[in-house]
Design a protein around this ligand. Sequence first.
Ligand code: HEC
Ligand code: HEC
Length: 443
Amino acid sequence: MRLASPYLAFGAALLSWAAALPAVAATAKQAVLLPGAPPATVIATIGNGTPKVTAKVDATAAVFRPDPALVALGRRAFFDVRLSMPRGQSCASCHDPARAFSATLPHDTPGVTQGSRPGHFSLRNPPSLLYVRYVPRRHFYQDDDAPAASPFGGLFADGRADTLAEQVRGPLLEPNEMNNGSPDRLLRNVNATELAPALAAQFGPAVRKDPEAMLRALGAALQAYMQSDEMAPFTSRFDDYLRHRTPLTPQETRGLALFKNPDKGNCMSCHTLSDTASRPERSLFTDFGYDAIAVPRNRALPANRDPRHFDNGLCDTARRLRWPEPQQWCGYLRTPGLRNVAVRQRFMHNGVFTTLRDAVAFYNTRTIDPGKWYAGGKVFDDVPAAYRDNINVNSPPMNRKPGMPAALTEDEIDDIVAFLRTLTDAAYVGAMVDAVPKPQGKR
Ligand code: HEC
Ligand code: HEC
């Protein structure tokens, strides 16, 4: 394969954590966790290769300069409905550009997307792909006040893919998604389109013969597209507020304060922001960490017809990567960024909530009013009994016990929702699902 593109060279360098990088200190192992960012110092290797690093990843240090020709090729591949079996589904079918690259779902949806074959559903609810370029590679990091190192980064809700280029194998080959069967069959499908000569022109003629080379080429092109500035617009009203101090409304301002307040919403402890920094990369609304907030089981999911089926999240990845005590991560899912969350039709990894207000209110009364959230009032019904201890019962507002007052009032929940709507990029303001709905029968 020709290594003409800096992005392929980058991908190749990442195959080895330490060797490929210029030695800053001959002894310290290093890892680049975000493209262009200075390498992080690796102090340990967890399991079979996940680095433990000494510093938080700094998104403002990332540099994304994908080759424009590769971006254009990736964009073409992203919208190409011939890359599925049967033909008809593209990446954009589930990551709708009109909905900030999250899913537009039919009326009778169970809450997750359907694959290229009717009746075959994704196991999870697709996130927006805007800002996905900031998701760092998998790593462990121990914060000053944390008792132990925790995992961060990796793509998908369970971190099972390490890079965007690697991740594309998932949807392309997954039987419930684009269903290309095998790398071999995918190669034949791509070879039947004019994408094949275009990819060969970028990556060399081998891509038309070698299925793995074709997957790498598609991965590099799609990654370049997802890393382009087009996929990280930073044009929301909140960005105007950060950059130019364009005021928010009084209700949105209250919502922001509640979102930050550790005794009220406490949302910022996981959905990170910095409203004093003008750089919007400091406000991606996630620390890329994982948590177990135990959202209700979505009984409409086809996979959940089997009562023994559970989506255990990060521990599946932890087992595969041989992290110690993998079961401690069962129920953990990656904290999603909340930019453009107000255009979504379904919320949480399993699409269980149909309104943004419910997604916020859930935190407030999860254990105080379990009957409102869990079928039959049985709390944490989507986490197997063996893993209940993993569930976060300490972070406000989720630290309440039955009978205790909730951290937020109904009006304060509305304020937070109003604030979350300011995170919508300009192009999607018209796609926001609804205004803050009034809770019925209250106030
Ligand atoms: C059938 C629907 C479907 C199709 C088609 C699809 N995706 Fe997805 N995508 C999903 C779902 C569902 C998830 C969440 C999966 C998970 O977390 O396990 C996802 C997750 C992702 C993620 C991870 C985002 C994150 O924050 O971790 C990326 C990147 C992505 N998709 C890119 C693509 C690309 C590129 C294509 C085309 C090659 C594609 N998807 C095609 C449904 C789809
Ligand atoms: C302890 C960490 C933590 C705290 C605190 C927290 N969240 Fe979350 N949030 C998560 C995780 C993890 C998920 C994903 C859960 C899932 O998919 O099942 C999530 C998901 C969400 C979603 C759904 C996003 C989507 O795209 O589906 C919204 C909305 C949300 N959080 C808002 C909030 C608000 C508002 C607060 C404060 C009231 C808050 N969160 C507090 C960790 C946290």
